[in-house]
Design a protein around this ligand. Sequence first.
Ligand code: DGL
Length: 180
Amino acid sequence: DSGVGGLTVLAHIRAALPGADLLYVADSAHAPYGDKPAEFIAARARLIAEFLIAHDAAALVVACNTATAAAILALRERYGLPIVGMEPAVKPAAEATRAGVIGVLATGGTLESGKFAELVQRFGSRARVIVQPCPGLVEQVELGDLAGPLTRRLLEGFIAPLLDAGADTLVLGCTHFPFL
Ligand code: DGL
């Protein structure tokens, strides 16, 4: 991931595979990914994949929605090992909503990607999908500010319009957001 977000994924991997040797890369020098061009993120993903493979990784997890959207197809074409990615949980949200309206919180990079458009195409017909880019939120998580006034203000600003539009189910479409 671009930073600490993928640790939310790592915790689940550790619980599922307690014996696995895990190597985590936080590309903090280049965080956030969400407002950077897809080509830049794909180049970072390639370099990090090569680092992990050089350290004998048997499988890769792209623990970032933005990097998955930008890079996973190219990574899978290039490298022969299993590569698991993230995608916003539009499918379970569309199944869970009673109001028929779901809100997706994610980075601009994820929401503007072709992969996300495909996802909404596949599962979005069951519900109205409202997207909400969240500039500044990943930076707050990277700073460790999970509940301070600025973080709360940002969250309220992003979530209030979704609730006003009738959303009863929110998708945390960025691996940094479960910390919030
Ligand atoms: N954690 C990443 C994701 O799931 C993005 C964070 C970023 O913008 O760097 O999309």
